[in-house]
Design a protein around this ligand. Structure first.
Ligand code: G6P
Ligand code: MN
Length: 445
């Protein structure tokens, strides 16, 4: 089985390959093709993978190419993990928004819109090529903003593209743990959009244990989301929101604390990863050691950062990076081997949330097997959540329209309609600011 990884020179690729190395069963991936636009990054990551594979006799063979069509031909699975504009782009997404006094974050608010605007045209081009060159392939989209990018690709690939995120399962795991249950046995009642969803129930052995957590202030205040949102607010909501909802419920504090940090998250990651890729120009460098030490530093800083700022909650180390590749692999296995399982994924709504049309990509528990991912029926969201979901979906649709037409007015509309952008004038200045720094937005006229 052949797996193609787009964004194959990316820093997280060794995590995916590490997970592949633990799979020895029939029907596993035997061939990995890395694709990236940057040959230097490709060669750095290829060297890390070679060292990872050194003692594993059945390690998947790895090849690398900068030719996209060649990478896609004959693929059974495609992992799309691209970052248009790189981490420099992410840092600019953050900076321009914060200078306007609105949230600059990779996936939420103005930063997420800017990232979406430059990613959607590239993602759609990839989707068209997959439809032509590997029509039977399954595409697993890692690229943020994951819901929006998955919806853009689904316009060309239908249900053959599935978006993933580790945050819902991570949240479910933390809730199950605090309740003393086994996370693997918990059924998580979660729905919304990517980075905009709520856990409304958590069943262990058929019993909803979430009311027990919501009724116990000590228990509720003892875990990450309890500290992040506060016991009172969680009790008022009667649900546990995804940590990214902190940016909505505590927007003013989040913006203020982000404005005070010395380096934004994007700028920090940009500088740190640059050190790794530069170090790898030395042909004698020990690739795996260099990668591991950069990664350890990254996680330590992440934990420290999040404790100080109003960003995401304190998270356990295995929640930081032990998520994405595991979700992706579980999904790939279920499809390739027809092993029926349930995963929270980004798929087309198909009637699940009645306030949205059938094409809208949502994040919801899905039954997965060889036929793909099928959303399960869930209880409706309360009005306040439906309101947010519909408002943000309308923004995503405006981003898709702008990407299709190249209309600057549509781009302004996308920013202006976002609940976290508080004036049409701010939206206009954001479009000015972003088109000034992002070459990938030159198409907006
Ligand atoms: C969470 C989110 C992801 C995000 C990841 C890493 O897991 O769900 O969408 O990519 O964090 O964030 P970072 O700031 O380290 O790039
Ligand atoms: Mn995510």
């Amino acid at each position: 089985m052949k797996l193609t990884i787009l964004g194959g020179g990316g820093f997280r690729v060794p995590l995916v390959y590490g997970a592949l190395l633990t799979d020895h069963a029939e029907g596993r991936v035997t061939q990995v093709v890395l694709h990236d636009l940057d040959a230097g990054r490709l060669s750095a990551v290829t060297r890390v993978l070679a060292e990872q594979a050194a003692d594993v006799p059945d390690a998947p063979e790895v090849t690398a190419t900068t030719d996209l069509d060649e990478a896609l031909r004959g693929a059974d699975f495609v992992f799309s993990a691209i970052r248009v504009g790189g981490l420099e782009g992410r840092a600019n997404d953050e900076r321009v928004a914060l200078a306007e006094g609105v949230l600059g974050q990779e996936t939420v608010g103005a930063g997420g819109i800017a990232y979406g605007l430059r990613t959607v045209p590239v993602a759609e081009d990839i989707a068209r090529r997959v439809a032509r060159l590997a029509p039977d392939a399954w595409v697993i989209n890692f690229t943020n903003p994951a819901g929006l990018v998955t919806e853009a690709m689904s316009r060309h690939l239908g249900d053959r593209v599935i978006g993933i995120c580790d945050s819902p399962v991570g949240l479910g795991r933390r809730i199950a743990r605090v309740l003393g249950g086994n996370p693997k046995e918990a059924w998580i009642d979660y729905v919304g959009l990517n980075h905009l969803g709520w856990v409304r129930g958590l069943k262990i052995a058929g019993r909803d244990e979430l009311p027990r957590l919501l009724a116990d202030p000590d228990l509720l205040g003892s875990f990450e989301e309890g500290k992040l949102f506060g016991v009172d607010w969680l009790q008022s909501l009667g649900a546990i929101p995804n940590e990214y909802l902190h940016y909505y419920y505590f927007n003013r504090e989040a913006v203020r604390s982000y404005q005070q940090v010395e380096k934004t998250r994007g700028a920090f990651l940009r500088d740190q990863q640059a050190t790794f890729y530069e170090g790898m120009r030395d042909p004698g460098a020990r690739a795996l050691t260099a990668w591991e030490s950069t990664r350890a530093e990254r996680e330590a800083t992440y934990m420290a950062e999040n404790r100080e700022t109003a960003g995401a909650g304190e998270r356990e180390a295995d929640d930081l990076s032990g998520g994405y590749e595991k979700v992706a692999l579980a999904l790939m296995r279920a499809i390739a081997r027809d092993e029926r399982t349930t995963l929270i994924l980004n798929v087309r709504n198909a009637g699940t949330l009645s306030a949205l049309d059938g094409e809208a990509v949502i994040e919801v528990p899905c039954l997965v097997d060889a036929n793909g991912a099928h959303p399960v029926t869930v209880d409706p969201l309360p009005d306040h959540a439906t309101g947010l979901v519909c408002a943000v979906k309308a923004v995503e649709r405006e981003v898709l329209a702008a990407a299709e037409s190249g209309s600057r007015a549509s781009a302004v509309k996308a920013f202006a309609l976002h609940p976290l952008v508080d004036s049409v004038n701010v939206a206009r200045r954001l479009v000015e600011g972003y088109t000034g720094v992002h070459p990938g937005l030159a198409y907006l006229k």
